[in-house]
Design a protein around this ligand. Structure first.
Ligand code: FAD
Length: 317
């Protein structure tokens, strides 16, 4: 019996959320006296043996480059075969875009109970109870998975990565990919160098910026901090910024280590997408803005004065 952790990758590199999933899966394995193993579909330039430092003893690699592009149909067949070949009974993956696309399908294919968006280790004192946030982080649900095979997707930035000394064995897994069900014909690069859901730092701005022509200072601060940019919903609705930057209840939900909110009031629907950020800094000229109640640090003042000064000071560091 083993825990199998699915490694997500893009452009030849393992995604950050997978390191959290590896640590989490390895801790579940240790908690239940099971082996912790990883599954990589496709190829990466990263050294797979070093994944041992996150607690897995073996990495199964189906190194066919046809797997380098996520294709849900192709992945589901391969993952099901890998689970059968390895005898895994717990499957862990990151609750990022890839995980959200795959986890329900894995659950259905394996007739396995699923907790999507886990935030803590299972409580095994009475069953197999996994905690997840619900109602946009306003409440928690403790979900007992009572099927023989269990699938858990881990909410990004909710589990601390621990690094040890281990070295994993890398073993080729012979899986034949299905013919591709989709073909990507072009990739249009969206704004910013850092994907929003993967970013450690997010610089976000709202209607307080008055218009799209003022986003230069937001992008400059983001570039200085190597951060991704985001925005409130009215900003995207007004086409000041692209919709994929819109965070909140009806937008992207993120949990970066640092979220800087500039000229955003902090409506409940906005907070629903960002309130799991580790540290929140709010810049708003209205001292009564609701966002200050959720902030770890607040600056009351005009964004047009503060943001350029902040960027200058950070550049000096
Ligand atoms: P405003 O509320 O207009 O706030 C602008 C802020 O900027 C104010 O606090 C003001 O004091 C400040 N400001 C103005 N000038 C300056 C300056 N010079 N310097 C510094 N500060 C300044 N919203 C989301 O963001 N995400 C969602 O997913 C989302 N989903 C929704 C779903 C539903 C069903 C509904 C009804 C609403 C949703 N909304 C969402 C909208 C949400 O309720 C708010 O209307 C929205 O978040 C407000 O955006 P804002 O803070 O940018 O603008």
């Amino acid at each position: 019996m083993s825990v199998l952790i699915l490694i997500d990758h893009a452009d030849g590199h393992i995604k950050k959320a997978s390191f959290e999933a590896l640590t989490y899966g390895a801790d579940i394995a240790q908690q239940n006296g099971m082996a912790a193993e990883a599954l990589l579909l496709g190829t990466v330039t990263d050294d797979l043996a070093t994944l041992g430092k996150y607690g897995v003893t073996k990495v199964h690699q189906a190194g066919n480059t046809a797997f380098n592009q996520l294709d849900v149909q192709v992945y589901l067949k391969a993952i099901t075969e890998a689970v059968n070949a390895t005898g895994a009974t717990i499957i862990v993956l990151a609750h990022n875009q890839t995980g959200k696309a795959l986890a329900p399908g894995i659950s259905a294919a394996l007739k396995a109970g699923l907790v999507a968006g886990a935030i803590a280790l299972p409580d095994t004192s009475n069953g197999f109870v996994v905690k997840k946030a619900v109602f946009s982080g306003k409440a928690f649900a403790n979900v007992n998975i009572n099927t023989a095979i269990k699938v858990i997707s881990l909410s990004p930035n909710s589990y601390k990565v621990t690094v040890g000394q281990g070295i994993a064995t890398v073993q080729e897994l012979n899986l034949t990919p299905l013919p591709a069900s989709i073909k990507i014909t072009a990739v249009d690069k969206v704004s910013g160098d850092v994907p929003l859901t993967e970013a450690d730092i997010v610089v976000s701005a709202g209607r307080g910026l008055k218009g799209p022509e003022n986003w230069g200072m937001v992008e400059e601060l983001a570039k200085t901090l190597h951060a991704a940019t985001a925005c409130s919903r009215p900003v995207a609705d007004s086409h000041w910024r692209p919709h994929h930057e819109h965070v909140g209840q009806t937008g992207v939900q993120i949990a970066p280590n640092l979220y800087i909110a500039i000229g955003i009031s902090g409506a409940i629907q906005h907070l629903a997408g960002v309130n799991r950020s580790k540290t929140i800094v709010v810049i708003n000229k209205d001292a009564e803005a609701p966002f200050f109640k959720a902030a770890d640090y607040g600056i009351v003042g005009d964004a047009f004065e503060i943001v350029p000064k902040l960027t200058e000071e950070i550049k000096k560091m």
